[in-house]
Write a protein that binds this ligand. Structure first.
Ligand SMILES: [Zn+2]
Length: 381
């Protein structure tokens, strides 16, 4: 059932592309006069009636389709109010109903979602924005991105705006109270002045989040011929995790005790499941070919370490309160501030004025950052 649909949908989108080329028009995601709406490719592709009525029960349709379920793929797009919403709703359906419907239903919905996502990649808007790089994990936590280039389902910037904003503010609280990394503080100043927005902001949020826990490298272990080198690598990695990521290790305690791992993929899902069971479902089913099946053991392990690092960082960020030592981060850099004052004093004595660019060079910081710190120091004086 799904295979037939896949074939039909592929042919339809190819034909629409040929037509667009001949007419000199673009394929777009929204209906308009000048361009061709992508949905037109699917106006003759019939939906399986049984599945259409299942979707009508589980998904949110526009008024018109509440009573009579959509009969074609085009009507389904209308019922969901657009291509993006259709893909999003189909993904949500799969995640929440994996166990409740027979495999052929899930399969069919999966095909629909995949083919529509593929078609979306061929629309004009998509191509023009392909320069923005999506990120693998949510910019604000440790979960996989979902229906967004930058955020997980919980932190989706439009769907869960309030939670998104709250998580962002929590990260900022952590930066203000716990962070002493100058380059993070500098970028944060840029953000506050309104220079960082959209994708660039998301990329910064992503690395700011990670900066709250150190990186762990996969250890290189020596081994004898008789033992399996990978078992030793796992055992050694677990030891490091326990030492470096205490919050994560205590949450994972029983799962980490198992030192011989017979199936790394199963083990990884089990670990994620201990952290959050919904997230484990995402791991077990979303882009599983790419994330789990086609990866080497080394790649899998480093992906897992990345998740654990982000989990530790996320929990650390969550624990920050605006009173956890006011300006602790700033105090931590007393030394830097003293260096600036010392260099400025030297310059004043030698030349009668302060050369901020030179101070920046000597301390390996940007001139803007020095300027900001000097203003702060003058304010205190
Ligand atoms: Zn998130």
């Amino acid at each position: 059932m799904g295979n037939e649909l896949r074939k039909e949908m592929k042919i339809a989108i190819d034909q629409l592309e040929v037509r667009a080329k001949l007419e000199g028009r673009r394929i777009v995601k929204a209906k308009g006069v000048k361009n061709i709406f992508i949905g037109e490719a699917y106006k003759d592709i019939k939906l399986n009636l049984k599945i259409s009525s299942v979707l009508a029960c589980e998904m949110t349709f526009s008024k018109k389709y509440e009573k009579s379920s959509p009969s074609s793929v085009l009507e389904l797009i209308y019922a969901c109010r657009g291509l993006n919403n259709t893909i999003e709703q189909l993904q949500r359906f799969q995640l929440s109903n994996l166990m409740s419907y027979p495999i052929d239903v899930i399969d069919y919905v999966d095909t629909l979602e995949q083919e529509l996502s593929f078609a979306k990649g061929r629309t004009y808007e998509r191509r023009s924005s392909s320069t923005k790089n999506s990120i693998p994990f949510c910019a604000l936590c440790w979960k996989r991105t979902f229906s967004s280039d930058y955020y997980c389902k919980d932190h989706h910037s439009t769907r869960n705006h309030a939670i998104h904003k709250q998580a962002k503010n929590q990260l900022f609280t952590a930066i203000k109270t716990l962070c002493d990394d100058e380059s993070t503080l500098e970028k944060y100043d840029y953000y506050q002045k309104g220079y960082l927005k959209g994708g660039r902001l998301a990329h910064n949020l992503y690395s700011w989040t990670a900066s709250f826990a150190p990186n762990i490298q996969i250890p290189i272990v020596s081994h004898t011929l008789s033992d399996n080198p990978f078992d030793k690598t796992i055992a050694s990695t677990i030891q490091t995790v326990k030492k470096i990521y205490p919050i994560t290790a205590s949450k994972l305690a029983p799962t980490l005790e198992n030192k011989t791992v017979s199936d790394l993929k199963v083990w990884i899902i089990k670990i994620i499941d201990t952290l959050d069971s919904t997230e484990a479902t995402v791991w077990a089913y979303k882009d599983v070919e790419l994330w789990l099946k086609k990866s080497s053991e080394q790649e899998l392990l480093s992906t897992l370490l990345n998740v654990l690092r982000r989990y530790e960082a996320f929990k650390t960020i969550q624990s920050a309160t605006s009173t956890s030592g006011p300006t602790k981060g700033k105090n931590a850099n007393v030394e830097l501030r003293e260096s600036i004052q010392r260099l400025a004093k030297q310059q004043r004595e030698q030349t009668g004025k302060v050369n901020q660019s030179e101070i920046a060079r000597k301390l390996d910081l940007s001139r803007q950052r020095i300027s900001m710190l000097m203003k702060e120091l003058e304010g205190k004086a």
